[in-house]
Design a protein around this ligand. Sequence first.
Ligand code: NDP
Length: 326
Amino acid sequence: MTKRVVLIGHPVAHSLSGAMQQAAFDDQGVDATYEIWDRPPIGLPDAVTELRGDDFLGANVTIPHKERMVPLVDRLTEEAHATGAVNTITKEGKRLVGHNTDVPGFRFALDKLVGKQKMPRTAVVLGAGGGARAVVFGLITEGFQRIIVFNRHLHRAESMVKHFSRTAAHMELRAMPWHESIIESELAKTKVLVNSTSIGLTDDATPIPAEIIPPELLVLDLIYKRTTFLRDAEAAGCTVSDGELMLLHQGAAAFTLWTGKPAPLELMQRKLQEAREGGLRSAEGEPAGEVVAASAAGESTNGSGGTEESSGESAEGEPTGAATPD
Ligand code: NDP
């Protein structure tokens, strides 16, 4: 019987995940189809009931359902429990297991960004949504000792900090109000800066002014394109990377959970890029259109425009077209 894997989101008409996962199933001889289910929140319980059927291998879960899925599955992995968000579901018979593969996806992106340097211990995180939860948990478990979270709505950052209070009991995790002067002063004390807001996703907006970005930071934007924020950070002399590796590796981890096979990473990366060039966008909302070859190769670019391991040109791809609405 052909097995089914579904991506549940709303809205989610097209997605980069479909392109990379179907290609991976076909390449690895897995008799399965990857389907897109656009289900509003009210339809989520019915979707979950359907998933218990024998023909399903599992699912991906995306905006806006990651947190809502937590009470609907039968078991949570440590990462899903710790983050309070589920982005992948596997089956144990009819029972559903909730995972969070954004966490290993983020860790992979962070490792590549840090490169051969020693893992830093201090980070500033912008944003407090589902993506930020994976980032903060990834940083805590990588051994960071000081993480400061800024969010437009301070109370959301404060609840996230509270959520992680036990996991972060041994270190300093704090929420601070979104004031430029406070952000600037914290940036002067940190090594890693992560944008996990959606600012810059659909336009040229940037979360913080270029002038307050100090040189030599390691800067990651979860958004899957070369944002104004990344351009500013690179111009300031920082080492930067976009969200492509996180997207690729969360997908690769999900593929392995469903199939028990190693993911064909190069193929999945190629399919991601082809789909993006073809105008699709990720279910996470990342617009299609830019090719960032350096980060696509798993390397971060530094302020001089070269990669960490070569002095070759960094890709400065221009948008090739408007995003297709999901
Ligand atoms: P959420 O909707 O859960 O959170 C959005 C965040 O952005 C919140 O912190 C929100 O602040 C902030 N924000 C949005 N608009 C503004 C604004 N105008 N001014 C200030 N803050 C704003 O989304 P996610 O956390 O799931 O996703 C966030 C980003 O991360 C998206 O761009 C998504 O594409 C990306 N992502 C990428 C992944 C990858 O694999 N590369 C994986 C997951 C996410 P507030 O709480 O105050 O509203």
